[in-house]
Write a protein that binds this ligand. Structure first.
Ligand code: ATP
Ligand code: MG
Length: 392
């Protein structure tokens, strides 16, 4: 019965003069996600509202699912959109809507009318009353409760009229592309895909870098990261995934430095390389999936030691999250099942039995000096051999 959706957006409504920038970004994103969905759609904005209207046959479920992946969308209301008409005509339309939606329902309800078209003959209170009365006559199971109704029937009087009562939740956040671009350090684990999702939800476009260490890490480990990037891209739009061969650097650190510092030293080189790619590609920040205390390399001291090499801001959206809460989001965005596949990433291959948990930055810097003279060239080589995979 529905051919149109009213798309409700939250925060972007309050951005003053820049509002149109946000609305246009939202509309561009909606068009983009609807592109592969069966049907032809018109996406329009009108007086602070965004509408999606299907022309002809379309896949309702797919349309809703696609809209539910658009950041900035707070709610999706399937609406019946009809031409402007007088109260008698409107009452008929509403009754037919109610029969289809709530035939034998027993519920409390109220009618909420918004009159944007001030030339409409009745004011909003009068419209609500006239419609409420008709509904009460025709539906014995329904009763009015204006304070805590189980069902709110919305009527919007504009140049046309919209009737709706369902609000399907959207993801919230801000439209993609309204907050620049950042570089996600994407491993095959549970955390980093969630971290990328969360930052993208604030309107940030995402690129990603994966540190691969063949032959210590397999092609399947790399494929797993590609698969994760595809899942994340359903929300974040296209991702350029940089695959960096980290094996030489990793081996060199392993051969040269104290093993209990290996993870921290590797993480410092990952951050340096990620930052270099970020700066070369117009990314304004780095993103990691770190969370305080989760593993030895994520104590506050370890994070400080890792952060020591960065000049760009590093976003760590999961910093204060418990694993359980991260898993909940991973399941919601459908990355969890891929993340738990058992292919090793390059951090797990050489982990020390007793890694330092409270590294001192000055000590770590000193250990690193042993690498100087050769490591620079290895970093250059890794960057030069950057394999870029376009994820759509
Ligand atoms: P994740 O679940 O994201 O793998 P983790 O709990 O395994 O995280 P670490 O291995 O300590 O944690 O990594 C911390 C963060 O460093 C990751 O969230 C990710 O952002 C980045 N990272 C770790 N390994 C890699 C890698 N091989 N390639 C790219 N980024 C990585
Ligand atoms: Mg990991």
């Amino acid at each position: 019965m529905f051919h149109a959706f009213l798309v409700k957006y939250g925060e972007i409504g309050v951005k003053g003069k820049n509002r149109y920038v946000f609305e246009d970004a939202l509309i561009a994103r909606i068009k983009h996600v609807l592109y592969p969905v069966e049907g032809t759609f018109q996406v329009t904005k009108d007086q602070g509202r965004v509408y999606v209207e299907a022309v002809g046959v379309f896949d309702y479920e797919e349309t809703v699912a696609a809209l539910q992946r658009v950041f900035g969308v707070v709610g999706i209301c399937p609406v019946v959109k009809i031409p402007n008409q007088d109260i008698e005509g409107l009452q008929k339309e509403v009754l037919s809507y109610m029969h289809q939606m709530y035939e034998n329902a027993t519920k409390s309800f109220k009618v909420h009318t918004r009159r944007v078209n001030k030339r409409y003959a009745l004011n909003s209170m009068e419209v609500s009353a006239a419609i409420g009365e008709k509904i009460l006559q025709e539906f014995p199971g329904l009763r009015v409760d204006v304070h805590e109704p189980e069902l709110i029937l919305h009527i919007e009087l504009r140049n046309y009229i919209c009737i709706y009562s369902e609000i399907l939740p959207g993801p919230g956040g801000m439209p993609l592309g309204t907050n620049g671009r950042s570089m996600l350090l994407l491993s095959g684990g549970i955390d980093s895909p969630v971290a990328g999702y969360m930052v993208a939800k604030r309107g940030v476009c995402i690129d990603a870098v994966y540190f691969h260490a063949p032959p210590y890490t397999s092609e399947r480990a790399k494929q797993k990261v590609v698969d994760l990037a595809k899942k994340v891209a359903r929300y974040t739009g296209a991702i350029r995934l940089h695959v960096i061969n980290f094996a030489e650097i990793q081996m060199y650190i392993y051969d040269t430095c104290p093993h209990d510092e290996l993870t921290i030293l590797m993480r410092r080189y990952m951050m340096r390389i990620a930052e270099k790619i970020a700066m070369d590609t117009g990314c304004l920040a780095l993103i990691t999936g770190e969370s305080i205390g989760q593993v030895a390399s994520q104590t506050v001291q370890s994070i400080a030691a890792t952060n020591d090499v960065c000049t760009l801001p590093v976003f760590r959206p999961l910093i204060a999250f418990d694993k359980e809460d991260i898993v909940t989001i991973a399941k919601k965005i459908d990355t969890y099942e891929t993340s738990i596949l058992p292919y090793e990433d390059c951090c797990t291959t050489f982990v020390a039995k007793h890694p330092v948990t409270k590294p001192r930055v000055d000590v770590i810097r000193r250990s690193e000096e042993a690498l100087m003279g050769q490591i620079e060239e290895m970093v250059e080589r890794a960057l030069a051999e950057d394999e870029v995979i376009e994820i759509r």
